[in-house]
Design a protein around this ligand. Structure first.
Ligand code: ZN
Length: 130
């Protein structure tokens, strides 16, 4: 069984809300638990990112190439300066932010922080020299 994009969006909205009562919290857990077995790996990733609940956070992952945590933000809901580009990649370990004009570009740079974070680049160079 597959879960529609609309249903995933609903689950993401549910996990983003802060529960007011224990009953609300149990409904949230029940909602996610009901959907979870039918979600693909990428759908589960989306729900996990939504559960973090930061405005504008679009994706967060550990970069395989560097081992650092990298995140992608939509600068408008996140309230960031979007003059250089609406979509921003962030190396969480080194606090490096780079703006991109399109979501597609930001997504393509996200898994390779050694290309846009100076500290990651230096660490990768050291690893290569050793
Ligand atoms: Zn870095």
């Amino acid at each position: 069984m597959t879960v529609s994009a609309r249903a995933i969006k609903a689950v993401c909205v549910v996990v983003t809300a802060a529960p007011r009562t224990l009953g609300d919290a149990l409904v949230q857990v029940g909602c996610v638990a009901a959907a979870w077995p039918n979600l693909s790996a990428s759908q589960r990733h989306r729900v996990r990112v939504a559960a973090i609940g930061l405005a504008g956070l679009t994706d967060t992952r550990r970069a395989r190439s560097t081992g650092t945590t990298v995140s992608l933000y939509d600068g408008e809901p996140a309230g960031l300066d979007t003059e250089g580009g609406r979509y921003q990649t962030l190396c969480e370990d080194h606090s490096t932010v780079v703006a991109h004009t399109t979501l597609r570009a930001a997504r393509s740079w996200l898994p390779a922080p050694e290309e846009w974070c100076d500290a990651c680049q230096a660490a990768t160079a050291r690893k290569g020299a050793a």
